[in-house]
Write a protein that binds this ligand. Structure first.
Ligand code: SF4
Length: 225
């Protein structure tokens, strides 16, 4: 099983995806982020999986946090920060908006391809997860960018139709991720751009900001060239 947070590294670079799997680097921001996620979790009602399924099936409007989803067919698993259930639509599916929280010390410049892969993976997996099968319709998603030292947040939203065009790419990304991890494909210095749905060579700028640039010979070569 590949986690969605690992898969999202394919938006940065295939080599970064492999490094992330082999050598996890835990940064101060990641530790702080985990702490803030726990604090947000304390602020909402906690439901069991059974309660969530029951409320979803009844078409109730509610908010749930830290929900695990699994797609066994494509070997993907993930945990969604927050789900807003909006109630039954005309097909008696509970309309749901996926919300992700991102914390950082830096200012946010906008949504990148890793963020897009993460959101569209969740949107792809949710209707395939056994507990939500035939019960939900994903109608949108957003990322709430929060700074550690500020109470304000900036929310970037994605519509349901934009998400469904991106979700088509997720099985292919999961296949490539498995091929790279089983040595069936050599990782390239390329990142997947969901907006254009194609692999693009990483730029020197990406390498400068990549946390693996000290260990990646490809990145070092790009920066010196
Ligand atoms: S340094 Fe550049 S090529 Fe190497 S993993 Fe990072 S983004 Fe990819």
């Amino acid at each position: 099983m590949i986690s969605v947070s690992d898969l999202s590294y394919l938006g940065l670079c295939q080599i970064a995806f492999l490094f992330n799997k082999k050598a996890k680097i835990v940064t101060r921001a990641m530790m702080q982020g985990a702490k803030r996620h726990n604090e947000l979790q304390q602020m909402v009602t906690a439901y069991t999986d059974e309660e969530i399924v029951e409320k979803t099936a009844k078409g109730e409007k509610f908010v749930a946090r830290e929900i695990s989803v699994t797609d066994y067919e494509n070997g993907l698993r993930g945990r969604i920060d927050e789900l807003h259930f909006l109630g039954h639509n005309e097909d008696r599916r509970n309309a749901v908006v996926i919300k992700d929280d991102k914390f950082s010390y830096a200012n946010f410049l906008g949504m990148n391809d890793s963020h897009r892969i993460q959101l569209s993976s969740y949107a792809f997996m949710m209707p395939n997860d056994p507990k939500f099968k035939d019960l939900v319709r994903v109608v949108g998603a957003s990322i709430n960018f929060r700074k550690f030292d500020s109470p304000s947040a900036v929310e970037f939203k994605i519509s349901g139709s934009q998400l469904s065009s991106w979700t088509e790419q997720i099985p292919g990304l999961a296949r490539l991720a498995n091929d790279i991890l089983s040595n069936g494909a050599a990782p390239q210095a390329q990142g997947f751009a969901l907006i254009d749905s194609e692999w693009l060579p990483v730029s020197k700028r990406t390498c400068t900001s990549c946390k693996y640039n000290k260990v990646c010979s490809v990145g070092r070569k790009m920066l010196s060239g």
